[in-house]
Design a protein around this ligand. Structure first.
Ligand SMILES: Cc1ncc(COP(=O)(O)O)c(C=O)c1O
Length: 369
């Protein structure tokens, strides 16, 4: 079999003709900033998520940073962040002059560990950022119970979770505010950077709408000092077309995930996700865990199967966070996890080639290869 790439971003663009002709139209008519396409995307995405409001922004990092700011909590407050996530989740806390408190993750879906969350809450905790990592939904029901009546806000980082649902309700709508990324490699990716904030709170909505536009709702109407964080018109138009087709993406990823689950279930050396069947993962990544990660990765690479690691370090291992405290489940997790190829452009045949190769590797005599 030819190389199995981790992703092929060009292949992942559906309806190319439609998208290219839309972009052509926008360029010919000099529509680059704001306008109908951006407004339409905000409406479409709010509907898709089932949220009252959506504010498009320049990227998922901005969305998180603005989300934290919109909570207007006292400087120096503690905000709890899971330790296995992309760095942006923690950066958003520091950028707002608050203190990051790292929390352990669970080994079933790799989102925040609810038992450790209980332990990490102090009188200074004012918010928690829940990351629906790999497209798997975190246990929002339990998390909401834990923070209830404690004056703790919830931000949901849904950068990897477009279409992820708990009991048919989209993630990002359980807490006070949800954030998304449309980075090209995400399940719903733009032709460059993009992001969004969703919220049912009109107060947060009005604040973020101004914040992303220099504190103004219209030209020269500045109420405070904000920033420039815009989703470009070309990207909004692309996302409108991709979103209309997105249901198929989730279906395909779920189908391929089921192939992995079925084919790898008898390999004792591998641990896979253990997900609640009532919920829906968008399978942004399919991550397995094994003590033989490095040799398995080497073996798959020889077979021309691309793999990645999300993430090779836990954030508390980065020196500048000054929080090297050991967390039980996340300890050395970066040495054991491996992300296998999964996307709507992969074929079942490719996934079966991967699982066959993994099975072969774990046959006793190959373990040391
Ligand atoms: C969990 C998580 N949070 C935040 C981000 C930041 O998004 P962006 O790259 O659009 O700034 C990402 C994307 O890499 C992510 O995976």
């Amino acid at each position: 079999m030819a190389q199995v790439k981790f992703t092929n971003l060009y292949k992942l663009v559906p309806q190319k003709k439609k998208i290219f002709s839309k972009i052509n139209f926008l360029i010919k008519n000099s529509k680059f900033i704001g306008g109908k396409e951006v407004k339409l995307f905000e409406k479409n995405f709010a509907n898709f998520v089932g949220s009252k409001n959506c504010i498009s922004v320049a990227n998922g990092t901005d969305a998180l940073e603005m989300a934290v700011k919109s909570l207007k909590i006292k400087k120096g407050s503690e905000i709890i962040v899971p330790v296995n996530t992309w760095i942006s989740t923690a950066e958003a806390v520091l950028a707002n002059n608050h203190k990051v408190v790292f929390c352990d993750v669970n080994l079933e879906d790799y989102s925040i560990c609810v038992d450790d969350l209980k332990k990490k809450i102090s009188s200074r905790t004012r918010a928690v950022i829940i990351v629906h990592l790999y497209g798997n939904p975190a246990d929002m029901k339990t998390i909401k119970k834990i923070v209830k009546n404690k004056n703790i806000k919830i931000i949901e980082d849904c950068a990897q979770a477009h279409g992820t649902k708990i009991n048919n309700k989209h993630v990002g709508t359980f807490g006070d505010i949800g954030t998304f990324s449309f980075f090209p490699g995400k399940n719903l990716g733009a032709f460059g950077d993009g992001g969004a904030i969703v919220t049912n709170s009109n107060k947060i909505y009005n604040f973020c709408k101004r914040l992303k536009n220099h504190g103004a709702l219209k030209k020269y109407d500045h109420l405070f000092s904000g920033r420039n964080s815009r989703l470009d018109t070309i990207n909004a138009a692309t996302l409108n077309i991709k979103l209309a087709n997105y249901r198929i993406v989730i279906l395909k990823r779920n189908k391929l995930a089921n192939v992995y689950f079925k084919e790898l279930k008898n390999i004792n050396e591998i641990k896979m996700f253990n997900l609640n069947k009532k919920n829906k993962s968008s399978f942004h990544q399919f991550v397995i865990r094994t003590n033989l990660r490095n040799s398995l990765r080497k073996y798959l690479s020889k077979k021309k199967i691309d793999t990645l690691i999300h993430y090779p370090y836990m954030l508390n291992e980065l020196k500048f966070f000054k929080s090297g405290k050991k967390l039980k489940k996340a300890y050395k997790l970066g040495n054991k996890i491996l992300s296998l190829p999964i996307s709507e452009e992969h074929s079942e045949k490719e996934i079966k080639f991967i699982t066959k190769s993994i099975k072969f590797f774990f046959k006793k005599n190959n373990i040391t290869n």
